[in-house]
Design a protein around this ligand. Structure first.
Ligand code: ATP
Ligand code: MG
Ligand code: FE
Length: 332
């Protein structure tokens, strides 16, 4: 079964052909990051217009690289939420147009389900499992009993992990998106600056990153007031240490409490070296199998959407042509 995936929820226009939800035949990503860089974040109106310009070529390129024509595609899977509504609509409209014109079934995919299913492009999933989803807009611990079943054990009460990375990067005058820059700096420094850990209530699986972000800003501010300098690499290392410690400890606690057989790491922040290393070490100690997607499948891409869409395909869960973009679409 060949599925054409389409993703336009934020600032990546992406199309992909995936076989049986497991094998990536193509994964074309047109990133707009360079355009949004000078604004220090994604400008929704600019993103939508760029998607419109790129979508047709991106889809054609994905089919060509896969060596497939639309006649050989069994279904079209498209992200319909959450995300920027104007951006989502471009992908949804393109998917509906192809579906209608060629009589190919349409599948609506939740963007975060896509991030989670990026892991199935690496290895088969083993249930029950815990997925740690860390991205630009989400930080969630997700419990999965079976394919397509999602239960949120905890989530962020304020900023998402990626958002915290981007805000701290901005304070350190690093370019957008800041996550990769902080990650690089962190490896050059030492975690010597005391910063808080937001554990919240002892039994809570929720997260909070805004206090940590404020603490970083205060540290910078206080140092400059005193005429001292803070080594940016040490601050980045200390920030990363706080973020990854809380993420990894809460994930391990959930694994134990729920008896998970596998841990998945998902979302753009899964590209973070510090997090990958720390979680790998902890899962190894606990003897629990961990799956981490390669960097190219961590950030937004359409292969993960096609992979998640395959589960709906198998269940015969198709969308009708009135499918709409839903900015606040819930996962469970
Ligand atoms: P969502 O998936 O929640 O809708 P999004 O699609 O915008 O949000 P992703 O593309 O999944 O987010 O991830 C982008 C985020 O990942 C950005 O905040 C970026 O800074 C962060 N990120 C990317 N690489 C790294 C890294 N190496 N370390 C930390 N953060 C990173
Ligand atoms: Mg992006
Ligand atoms: Fe994403």
């Amino acid at each position: 079964v060949f599925i054409l995936g389409i993703e336009t929820s934020c600032d990546e226009t992406s199309a992909s052909v995936v076989q049986d939800g497991r094998v990536v035949l193509s994964n074309v990503i047109a990133s707009q990051a360079d355009i949004h860089k000078r604004f220090g974040g994604v400008v929704p109106e600019v993103a939508s217009r760029r998607h419109v310009e790129n979508i047709t070529l991106t889809i054609e390129e994905a089919l060509q690289q896969a060596g497939k024509t639309l006649d050989e595609i069994q279904a079209i899977a498209v992200t319909y939420g959450p995300g920027l509504v104007g951006a989502l609509l471009v992908g949804v409209a393109a998917a509906k147009a192809i579906s209608f014109a060629r009589g190919i079934p349409l599948i609506g995919v939740h963007h975060i389900a896509g991030h989670i299913y990026a892991n199935r492009l690496v290895t088969e999933l083993t249930f029950p499992l815990i997925a740690l989803v860390v991205s630009g807009g989400h930080t969630e611990l997700v419990w999965m009993k079976e394919h397509g079943h999602y239960e949120i054990l905890g989530e962020t009460r304020d900023d998402a992990a990626g958002e915290a990375y981007d805000k701290v990067a901005r304070a350190l005058q690093l370019p957008y998106p800041g996550g990769p820059h902080i990650d690089r700096l962190a490896h050059e420094g030492n975690a010597t600056i005391p910063l808080p850990r937001a554990w919240l209530e002892p039994d809570s699986y929720d997260f909070s990153f805004s206090g940590l972000k404020s603490a970083v800003l205060n540290t910078l501010h206080n140092a400059s007031q005193r005429g001292e300098t803070i080594e940016p690499a040490d601050l980045a290392a200390s920030f990363q240490d706080s973020v990854t410690e809380v993420l990894v400890e809460k994930t391990t606690r959930a694994v134990k409490e729920y008896g998970a057989k596998q841990v998945l790491l998902a979302g753009g922040v899964a590209a973070n070296r510090g997090l990958r290393e720390r979680l790998s070490k902890r899962c190894e100690e606990k003897g629990i199998p961990l799956v981490i997607p390669p960097l190219s499948l961590c950030t937004d891409n359409a292969a993960m959407i096609a992979a998640a869409g395959y589960i709906s395909y198998q269940k015969g869960k198709f969308a009708s042509l009135d499918l709409n973009g839903v900015p606040g679409l819930p996962l469970s």
